[in-house]
Design a protein around this ligand. Structure first.
Ligand SMILES: *[C@@H]1O[C@H](CO)[C@@H](O)[C@H](O)[C@H]1NC(C)=O
Ligand SMILES: *[C@@H]1O[C@H](CO)[C@@H](O)[C@H](O)[C@H]1NC(C)=O
Ligand SMILES: *[C@@H]1O[C@H](CO)[C@@H](O)[C@H](O)[C@H]1NC(C)=O
Ligand SMILES: *[C@@H]1O[C@H](CO)[C@@H](O)[C@H](O)[C@H]1NC(C)=O
Length: 439
């Protein structure tokens, strides 16, 4: 109990530290807006909207999907190493092509639905006649269960995105294929949803055959440039003190309460998020902030974060590095050998942006060049576009998903004929041209 107290106290301290740093960094750029006295004289429509947003902040993903009139299902999948994962599904019509969506770090399946049916990707795909399956990685709020391990114990949390790649994704993909009777599925990932995918394809290459195409949104893979990130050093120091634990409880109710206390604390909280992912007020739907607070962070193991920090510091996309002795034992080398991106033979289309503090364009382009079968890359034509805008931006459909639908459409009727995809060499020319149209 005492430990728990200290624990929360530490989290609060970190939170204040981040807020303060952010305030200090952002101070010079603050634009004073007139305070608007909402609340008292809100119209019935505004009140209904506020209530609906409040509701969206606590509904689980399946309930959210059902609320907006789509057929929702919940499925449980058990991995080879015993983790029990929850998948959410927006069931498509008979014979609809399965489309698998995998979330990023501290996120869950919620990331693909919370902005609602007019914005979020899961609904767009459902409207385009796909059978949409939403994965949940081990450790997040929907996948906090195991056949033998206790999620409140230390052993449960001994994993990073390496295990998500070699166990969770294969288990979920096999489950979807078995349930639907399809041989292959479409895949899109955001951030760590790409990282884990590339781990899977390089470590278990037989899974390349099960995926038609990969849409990689803000792929966090190479991260040399991220070393310049203002918070990485602080986060690194913080995580070095945690061994094999969950950081789900990191932002508990105090945090949510603080963030919604006043206009000003809300603004500071949003600035804190921007400090990590990149600043873009224009695309941020502030009305939806309570919903974001309700669904993030969804739970993550400290080792996942530490593993990313290793990638940043070593400049190598490689498995987790332990002590030299343990590395010798596990990998037969002093340092773990890099993942082999050439072995990723799924045709991959990449979406990235200039103001993404976690995936620098230079890193994304370096990764793209190393992929086994890149078929195009698209730099979002808005220079402030940040890491979370790929899911949250007000205009994400126009700025990102419209292109994705074009790419999917282009290969749709020929999806069983691999020879229609450009070869890696072609891909850097015709389709790839950064902001050219696909056609
Ligand atoms: C989606 O957009 C339509 C048309 O603009 C609007 O009528 C509807 O209320 C919107 N739905 C939501 C959930 O915002
Ligand atoms: C965890 O999984 C077990 C075995 O399937 C199940 O009996 C139990 O209800 C699950 N626990 C939670 C919290 O979902
Ligand atoms: C990487 O994968 C490619 C394609 O499967 C293979 O030809 C190459 O030898 C691999 N490289 C290493 C270092 O294992
Ligand atoms: C695949 O597409 C290529 C080029 O369009 C064509 O030559 C080939 O016959 C096709 N193969 C099959 C099995 O449809």
């Amino acid at each position: 109990m005492l430990l728990l107290q200290v624990w929360n106290f530490k989290h609060l301290l970190l939170f204040y530290a981040v807020l303060n740093i952010t305030l200090w960094l952002a101070n010079s750029q603050f634009i004073d807006e007139d305070e608007d006295d909402s609340g008292e004289d809100e119209t019935p429509e505004e009140k209904a909207e506020r209530k609906s947003i409040e509701e969206d902040s606590y509904l689980t993903v399946d309930k959210l999907i059902a609320k907006y009139g789509y057929p929702a299902e919940v499925h449980q999948v058990t991995t080879e190493d015993g983790y029990i994962l929850t998948m959410h599904r927006i069931r498509g019509k008979q014979g609809a092509q399965p489309f698998f969506l995998q979330h990023g770090l501290v996120d869950s399946s919620a990331g693909y639905v919370i902005m609602g049916p007019n914005v979020s990707l899961a609904y767009l795909l459902a409207d385009n006649n796909y059978d949409v399956w939403l994965g949940n990685a081990r450790g997040n709020r929907y996948s906090r269960n195991h056949t033998t391990l206790d999620p409140d114990g230390k052993k449960f949390w001994e994993f990073s995105w390496h295990e998500i790649g070699i166990y969770d994704l294969p288990a979920m993909i096999d489950y979807v294929l078995k349930t639907t009777g399809f041989k292959r599925l479409q895949y899109a990932g955001h951030s760590q949803g790409c990282t884990a995918f590339f781990v899977m394809c390089s470590m278990r290459p037989e899974y390349n055959k099960k995926v038609i195409m990969m849409q990689a949104l803000a792929p966090a893979v190479y991260a040399q440039e991220t070393e310049e990130h203002p918070y990485i050093r602080a986060i690194n120091l913080y995580f070095n003190t945690l061994v094999g634990s969950s950081i789900t409880e990191m932002f508990h109710n105090e945090f949510r309460f603080l963030c919604r206390m006043t206009e000003e604390t809300e603004r500071l909280c949003i600035e804190a998020v921007f400090g990590i992912v990149g600043r873009n007020w224009n695309e941020f739907n502030r009305k939806m902030f309570p919903v974001i607070l309700g669904h993030y962070p969804a739970g993550v193991a400290a080792k996942q974060v530490k593993h990313f920090i290793q990638v940043i510091k070593t400049g190598k996309f490689a498995p987790y590095s332990y002590s030299t002795n343990k590395n010798m034992l596990l990998y037969k080398e002093r340092e773990p050998p890099s993942y082999n991106l050439t072995a990723v033979t799924v045709p991959t289309y990449v979406y990235y942006s200039k103001n993404d503090l976690l995936c620098h364009p230079t890193d994304v382009e370096a990764m793209y060049a190393d992929l086994g079968r890149p078929i195009g890359k698209y730099l979002i034509p808005q220079k402030e576009f940040n890491h979370m805008d790929f899911l949250w931006a007000i205009n994400v459909r126009r700025l990102v998903y419209a292109r994705m639908m074009q790419v999917l459409g282009k290969y749709k009727d020929r999806r069983n004929n691999a020879s229609v995809y450009p070869t890696p060499k072609d891909a850097t020319k015709p389709d790839g041209g950064d902001s050219k149209e696909v056609k």
